[in-house]
Design a protein around this ligand. Structure first.
Ligand code: ATP
Length: 236
């Protein structure tokens, strides 16, 4: 298991075939992220933010280039090993929460711990601790459909952090929430991630989120550029 979450993307290239057309999404993209950094990734709809996060998490593979996380090049691994790497090292927070509807909140948080091979009482307590951390310690027995959107996203954050990943990826984590709930979710994410010194890459349309970032990057034309003044941007 890597002991650093230093990330390097080198010459990352990805295109999709559409009929007889080739749509280039990432074009020899480069990025270096230091351990503990919070990166906000901006970009218009369709610019490739989800595609990029899928490469970093190993859900998908680039056509060319390297995805090096803590010394391991994910792009050089087969699907099985990428899945194992992801389970052990990465936590993912989605726009649509993606909780398992037949499992309680506590069981949802427990799942990544079990997948990582943990079994004992310590694990049960750990899941409870992470629910406590997101302010839902008393809702462990609730099923997702009994929780509000904001509460579901808090469970999803507890689930993403429970197996203590070195890297958190979040794809529009506030996209399905009203403004105030979205701000609460960001505060929770920011506090937990910072407290534990985790690295996070968060993709969003919401320029407000930039205020909590160490670095803001814009994805455009398949490449990344640093945004010095996020307010200058008009992201649709
Ligand atoms: N599996 C796929 N097959 C074909 N084309 C795809 C696939 N996944 C993504 N695309 C295309 O790649 C481009 C980038 O999509 P992506 O979802 O990464 O953008 P995004 O910036 O995350 O957009 P949004 O902000 O709307 O979620 C789009 O043109 C999309 O249609």
């Amino acid at each position: 298991m890597p002991n650093t979450s230093h990330i390097q993307l080198q010459n990352l290239t990805k295109s999709y075939q559409e009929g007889d057309k080739n749509r280039s999404v990432l074009d020899r993209l480069n990025l270096s992220v230091k351990e503990g950094e919070m990166i906000v990734l901006l970009g218009r709809s369709g610019s490739g933010k989800s595609t990029l996060l899928n490469m970093v998490s190993g859900i998908d593979k680039p056509d060319e280039g390297k995805v090096i996380i803590g010394g391991t090049n994910l792009a050089g691994l087969g699907e099985k090993n990428r899945t194992l790497f992801r389970r052990n090292n990465i936590g993912f927070v989605f726009q649509s929460f993606n909780l398992i509807s037949t499992l309680t909140a506590h069981e949802n948080v427990l799942l990544p711990l079990k997948l990582k091979g943990a079994t004992d009482d310590e694990t049960l307590n750990k899941a409870q601790k992470f629910l406590d951390n997101v302010g839902l310690g008393d809702r462990g027995n609730s099923y997702p459909d009994r929780l509000s959107g904001g509460e579901q996203q808090r469970v999803a954050i507890a689930r993403a952090l429970a197996h203590e990943p070195i890297l958190i990826l979040a794809d529009e984590p506030t996209g399905n929430l009203d403004y105030e709930t979205g701000q609460q979710i960001l505060d929770i994410l920011n506090n937990l991630v910072r407290k534990n010194g985790r690295t996070i890459i968060l993709a969003t349309h919401d320029r407000d989120i930039c205020k909590i970032a160490d670095r803001v990057l814009e994805l455009r034309g398949g490449k990344l550029r640093e945004v010095e003044d996020a307010a200058e941007m008009l992201v649709s």
